[in-house]
Design a protein around this ligand. Structure first.
Ligand code: TRP
Ligand code: SF4
Length: 332
């Protein structure tokens, strides 16, 4: 156990997860939990960087999301599942790290620039929002993680985390490993409209959606617009349904692509097949998930125990940090 390298990753509490969350993060966490000592954090403070005035759903969304994690196979016996805001040391480390980085560096962060553009936030960016990656660095460094499993879009934040680790280590004492990025192998999952699947765009299929709702969304998906009749050859590489086959019907994927190109596959059947394979893939998950619905106590206990474990590590790290920085202590 002590020999394993440690990973940490976080997810904002968005409630029930969709297929994009699963393929882009959760499935990877589940694979890695045996190989690494795993910490997985519900980053509720991060969700305040934008939705600071919409806090009423955070608690329920946290329980729903953690229930999805567990039902999908993240095993509390292998992975530490906890809530960021319950480990106050994250705020302390965030404050200390915030002294080690310039405003210019944060403003140039490409993930930040993109977010400001996407959300049209010009001039309305909060102090906390600018510090988003500093808080993320605190999440990661707190557990002295060796690696961080994330999607490509998070690479700038992990790079910034490494810079902060180096800056701390050279200014004070070498406490923090410089964490590596463990890129999620899976491709981006589109919604039926071809945009990246997301809750805010409404173009999602939930992992817990029943088969009829999966089918309803899949049947509406945009395919190759030039393929109108069954006999027309299609271009799978621009088809959203094909992307779902690739992610959730791997065995059939080469056949789907070949038949589509040859014009011997109709889009209606192809969609039905995709819907069925998605529903099959998550059948066991749905069962586990509905069991957990009636076991809220178990989910709460998991979060409580995970948080205790996380606090233990966080306390140790912060003692070392305060000492390395020669902050006042009454103890020696
Ligand atoms: N920024 C990450 C995201 O949007 C969430 C996150 C917060 C995170 N803290 C983290 C991811 C620490 C990895 C490690 O997906
Ligand atoms: Fe897409 Fe399938 Fe139609 Fe080809 S046959 S365009 S892969 S839905």
């Amino acid at each position: 156990m002590g020999e394993k390298k440690r990973i940490l990753s976080g997810m904002q509490p968005t409630g029930r997860l969709h297929l994009g969350n699963y393929a882009g993060a959760l499935s990877n966490w589940i694979h890695l939990q045996h190989e690494y000592e795993s910490f997985h954090c519900v980053v509720d403070w991060h969700s305040l960087t934008i939705a600071y005035d919409q806090t009423e759903r955070i608690n329920q969304d946290t329980v729903e999301m953690v229930s999805d994690w567990i039902a999908a196979g993240l095993d509390p016996a292998n992975a530490t599942i906890f809530v960021q805001s319950l480990v106050r040391e994250h705020a302390e480390l965030h404050l200390l790290l915030s002294m080690l980085i310039g405003l210019g560096r944060l403003e140039r962060n490409p993930a930040f620039k993109e977010r400001v553009k996407d959300l049209n936030l010009r001039g309305e960016v909060s102090y906390g929002h600018l510090g988003y990656p500093v808080l993320q660095a605190a999440d990661i460094l707190m557990y002295r993680a060796h690696a961080v499993p994330v999607g490509e879009d998070q690479s700038p934040h992990i790079e910034l985390t490494r810079e902060l680790a180096r800056k701390f280590n050279t200014t004070y004492e070498p406490i923090f490993p410089e964490p590596e990025t463990l890129l999620t192998p899976s491709a981006r999952i589109p919604g039926p409209d071809g945009k990246k699947m997301s809750k805010s765009l409404g173009n999602y299929i939930l992992m817990s959606d029943p088969p009829d709702r999966v089918e309803e969304v899949v049947m509406k998906a945009i395919t190759d617009p030039k393929k109108i009749h069954m006999g027309d050859p299609g271009r799978p590489e621009i088809c959203n349904v094909y992307a779902w086959h690739c992610a959730f019907n791997e065995e059939m994927e080469p056949t789907v692509a070949r038949q589509c190109r040859q014009g011997v596959r109709g889009c209606v059947e192809c969609k039905q097949e995709a819907a069925a394979s998605i529903s099959d893939r998550f059948a066991q998950f749905r069962e586990e998930r509905s069991r957990l619905e009636d076991a809220r106590d178990y989910v709460m206990k998991t979060i409580r125990e995970g948080t205790e474990r996380a606090r233990g590590v966080a306390e140790t790290t912060m003692k070392r940090v305060r000492k390395a920085m020669s902050l006042f202590s009454l103890e020696d």
